[in-house]
Design a protein around this ligand. Structure first.
Ligand code: SAH
Length: 238
């Protein structure tokens, strides 16, 4: 077994691809193929284009010859938005990567009342977050790159309501998020290290978010986010 499909490198391009075309590769991709992977002409890789269609390409003179269409679907049949409170940067970035591998559609960085982390240089930070999810999308063969929105405050959350809306709240004696009863689209809010303020939870409820539990133990924020996403993936990736 050469792992020809699963082991294959994938890249994204902002261009629309056509069979047989020769695509000029951007600097990062050329660097990755030739210096990191040390590949030569004839190397075959996957390339997902602007309309999320995947193609096999062959390296030709540091360019990509588009040789065939890849008919595969790597996306979940439910649109999952995770509203993730800003937590310590390394934990937040770990969550971004893992949620992407598990199939999240959109991540909303949320400035919770108790978020100790403040984003200073927003543009730079978002670039870094987007680079992380792009690389995770390449690695996990996603057909799309999940969206990372600008950091949101409570008033912005209305924009991200789905068909089903939950807030993970450990102080509520409610029942477990009903993973197998949701469909279409879902938004789940995860709190920061110090948890939510009661008034914050009340505002979420007014907006239409329902409190739910993630089990009998207290999870760290990043674990909570991954737990939610992994359970949804387990239900939907049949
Ligand atoms: N309130 C705690 C811990 C916060 S845990 C404290 O003050 O230290 C971080 C976030 O993960 C919570 O805000 C909640 O959204 C989620 N979470 C963790 N464990 C949970 C559980 N058992 N049920 C529901 N949500 C949970």
């Amino acid at each position: 077994m050469h792992g020809i499909i699963f082991g294959m490198q994938q890249y994204f391009t902002n261009e629309e691809l056509e069979l047989n075309q020769l695509l000029k590769l951007d600097e990062n991709t050329v660097h990755h193929i030739t210096n990191v992977l040390r590949k030569k002409d004839g190397y075959i890789f996957r390339m997902v284009d602007k309309s999320n269609k995947c193609y096999l390409c062959k390296l030709e003179d540091f360019m990509a010859r588009v040789i065939s269409v890849v008919e595969e679907d790597h996306e979940l049949d439910i649109d999952v938005t995770i509203v993730l409170s800003l937590i310590k940067n390394d934990k937040f970035e770990l969550a971004l990567q893992k949620l992407t591998e598990l199939g999240v559609k959109r991540i909303v960085p949320y400035v919770a009342n108790r978020s100790v982390i403040k984003i200073k240089d927003e543009k730079h930070k978002l670039e870094r977050f987007r680079k992380i999810v792009k690389e995770a999308s390449e690695q996990s063969h996603r057909d799309i790159i999940p969206e990372i929105t600008s950091p949101a405050t409570i008033r912005d959350l209305e924009k991200y309501l789905s068909k089903y809306n939950y807030v993970a709240y450990e102080k509520h004696n409610g029942s477990m998020l009903p993973f197998s009863e949701i469909d279409n689209s879902v938004t789940i809010i995860i709190g920061p290290e110090g948890g939510f303020e009661l008034s914050e939870v009340e505002s979420f409820e007014k907006m239409g978010f329902e409190c739910c539990s993630l089990g009998k133990r207290i999870l760290r924020a990043e674990t909570a986010a991954m737990f939610v996403m992994a359970n949804i993936t387990g239900v939907f990736d049949k």
